[in-house]
Design a binder for this molecule. Structure first.
Ligand code: SAM
Ligand code: SF4
Ligand code: SF4
Length: 334
């Protein structure tokens, strides 16, 4: 058998970071003090070309990957992104291509992304209040362009999910306004627990609003009923507001871990393969791509890395491990 289907945790999803740059400086992801104007972002020559990304995605598809997610940094900052999507969508066994974005440029690109083959966009929005939102993105960008992007994406026919990271004291007041707004709009909202990714966001367990707390708060006002998991490895725990079709989901990476069904690999902008979001190093595929290594050999290397994988960071998170040096979220793409 060629794919990795026989493993307890098969390889199904590949998250591809297409740029390490971003037009936001979210305090929980790229704090301004660290990602300032002197921050050494990657040089063009170090970044995988579209041709290299497509070659790798094709090789990953032979190992069982059927879903690609484009991310970053902010993926819509990568020039000609729809052209990359068009090429990726021609890979025969790739069933879904999705995009995670902060939404600022989404209105501009929604139609061309759909035409190119994107089926779903996950838009990150942590507040409906302009002041709170600006305090999070640190770029004085208000909510309006993001909402415009969300509605445009929906209008052109893209499936849209909105992701909200909740950090205590930063935006927890915005939980119910977000619930009401997106429930009314029939747009699927997902809450993400604040995570200790990278080494620069000053994470502390005290700042995490857990899935249980979120669930109870929402359920008290809008009773929820669970929805069955769609597929093995689905990360969000999904619920429906009783009597409606609107959904809400929780990604409880800290309080209720799901390493046992983690089927995701991550490819950084410069072509390193990470088998866990919390890894401190990745496997360099770019050097192989830029040498005379054959496709078959590269597939074997990837297979080897995946088969040896024993990642379960979230399950064994301790105070000591949270302070260990890890790869930044903007580099690996979330
Ligand atoms: N720039 C795009 C965006 O914001 O959607 C894509 C990249 S971003 C790194 C991917 C996802 O990671 C976003 O949904 C973001 O909210 C989430 N994220 C970033 N830092 C996080 C943290 N410390 N804890 C939980 N989620 C985080
Ligand atoms: Fe940029 Fe997304 Fe990170 Fe915010 S979460 S700084 S938008 S990469
Ligand atoms: Fe997967 Fe690592 Fe997250 Fe566990 S901690 S779910 S292994 S990415």
């Amino acid at each position: 058998m060629n794919s990795l289907d026989t493993l307890a945790r098969p390889l199904r999803d590949l998250r591809i970071s297409v740029t390490d740059r971003c037009n936001f400086r979210c305090s929980y992801c790229m704090p301004k003090e660290i990602f300032g104007k002197d921050y050494p972002f990657m040089k063009q020559a170090d970044i995988l070309s579209f041709e290299e990304i497509v070659r790798l995605a094709t090789l990953f598809s032979t190992l069982g990957v059927e879903k690609l997610r484009l991310t970053g940094g902010e993926p819509l900052l990568r020039k000609d992104l729809p052209k990359l999507v068009t090429q990726l969508s021609k890979i025969p066994s790739i069933k879904y291509i999705t995009l995670t974005t902060n939404g600022v440029f989404l209105a501009k690109y929604a139609q061309s992304l759909l035409d190119a083959g994107i089926c779903r966009v996950n838009v990150s929005l942590d507040s409906l209040n302009n002041e709170v939102f600006k305090a999070i993105n640190n770029m004085n960008i208000g909510v309006e362009p993001v909402l415009k992007g969300i509605f445009k994406a929906r209008d052109v026919g893209l499936e849209v999910k909105v992701n909200m990271v909740v950090k205590k004291g930063l935006n927890d007041e915005q939980i119910m306004p977000m619930v009401r707004f997106f429930k009314e709009e029939g747009i699927n909202l997902r809450f993400i627990e604040f995570m200790d990714v990278g080494s620069s966001n000053g994470w502390n367990m005290k700042d995490v609003v857990t899935k249980k707390e979120l669930y109870e708060k929402i359920h008290e006002q809008y009773p929820l009923e669970p929805i069955d998991r769609d597929y093995f490895g689905e990360v969000a725990k999904r619920y429906r507001y009783k009597g409606t079709k609107a959904e809400v989901g929780f990604i409880s990476s800290v309080s209720e871990t799901f390493c046992g069904s983690c089927t995701r690999a991550r490819l950084s902008t410069d072509g390193k393969l990470f088998t866990c979001l919390f890894a401190s190093s990745g496997y360099d595929l770019r050097t192989l791509l830029r040498s005379d290594t054959t496709d078959e050999e590269i597939v074997e290397r990837i297979r080897n890395v995946w088969e040896k994988r024993d990642d379960r960071y979230s399950e064994i998170r301790t105070e000591e491990s949270t302070s260990k040096r890890k790869i930044e979220m903007s580099y690996i793409g979330g």
